[in-house]
Design a protein around this ligand. Structure first.
Ligand SMILES: C[S@@+](CC[C@H](N)C(=O)[O-])C[C@H]1O[C@@H](n2cnc3c(N)ncnc32)[C@H](O)[C@@H]1O
Length: 214
């Protein structure tokens, strides 16, 4: 076993563990979606997201890429009672599981689900700063568009999280020309040079970029 694998295991076993409902969601996702279950964020990512929502006092959040709802549940639970989460996805099937778990967690009132290509959903929103927290975790080739559309609608001091910054390590291989990898590699570089934000790339799981709007 490599040191890297040991560290990842050690990290995941030294973060607040998921409660019963989240554990059930993990099992249900595996049973209902099979191989697609690998798309679910990890429990430690969920803890980080909830912690960041609480630390920043975020009230208006947006998520691109809901799947069966782990990340949206983590965010919605951390929002204040008058907080809102705009949740974007293309799948009725996968988000029906999310809706069930939002209900059971008592956070459905905070979440508005919009089904459709997220670029269209975001572009249809007023082009003014309203969001203070965002999570991007959908089709990788569209990340640059999601980043720009959300940044334009983020208040100063607002935070964007982008998952899969490493793309399984493929961003480090300059010969890898998979379109998703090329998009993420380019965006990681662009955010580093973007004077509109301060940024840090956390090596948690598949890498999470945090970008705070100046
Ligand atoms: C990696 S999964 C999201 C995982 C989720 N954040 C979680 O915590 O389990 C990616 C999701 O993006 C959605 N997706 C793919 N293309 C999309 C698009 N163009 N617009 C909106 N959602 C999209 C997929 O349906 C899928 O549910």
């Amino acid at each position: 076993m490599s040191v890297q694998v040991d560290v990842a295991e050690y990290v995941s076993t030294h973060c607040t563990p998921p409660d019963e409902l989240l554990q059930e969601l993990v099992v249900r996702t595996r049973e209902a979606t099979g191989g697609a279950a690998g798309m679910q964020i990890s429990p430690e990512q969920g803890v980080l997201m909830g912690m960041l929502v609480r630390l920043t006092g975020a009230k208006r959040a947006v998520e691109v890429g809901v799947f069966t709802g782990y990340s949206s549940l983590s965010v919605a639970r951390a929002l204040p009672s008058d907080g809102t989460l705009l949740a974007c996805d293309v799948s009725e099937e996968w988000t029906s599981i999310a809706r069930e778990f939002w209900d059971r967690a008592g956070v459905s009132d905070k979440i508005e689900l919009r089904i459709g290509p997220a670029v269209d959903t975001l572009r249809a929103l007023p082009a003014e700063p309203t969001f203070d927290f965002a999570f991007i975790d959908a089709d990788k080739e569209s990340y640059p568009a999601y980043y720009e559309e959300i940044l334009a609608r983020l208040v100063p001091g607002g935070l964007i999280l982008l998952d899969n910054a490493f793309r399984g390590g493929t961003v480090l291989d300059p010969t890898n020309d998979d379109p998703g990898t090329v998009a993420i590699r380019g965006l990681n570089d662009a955010i580093r040079e973007d004077s509109r934000v301060d940024t840090v790339l956390l090596p948690l799981r598949d890498g999470i970029v945090l970008a705070r709007k100046r």
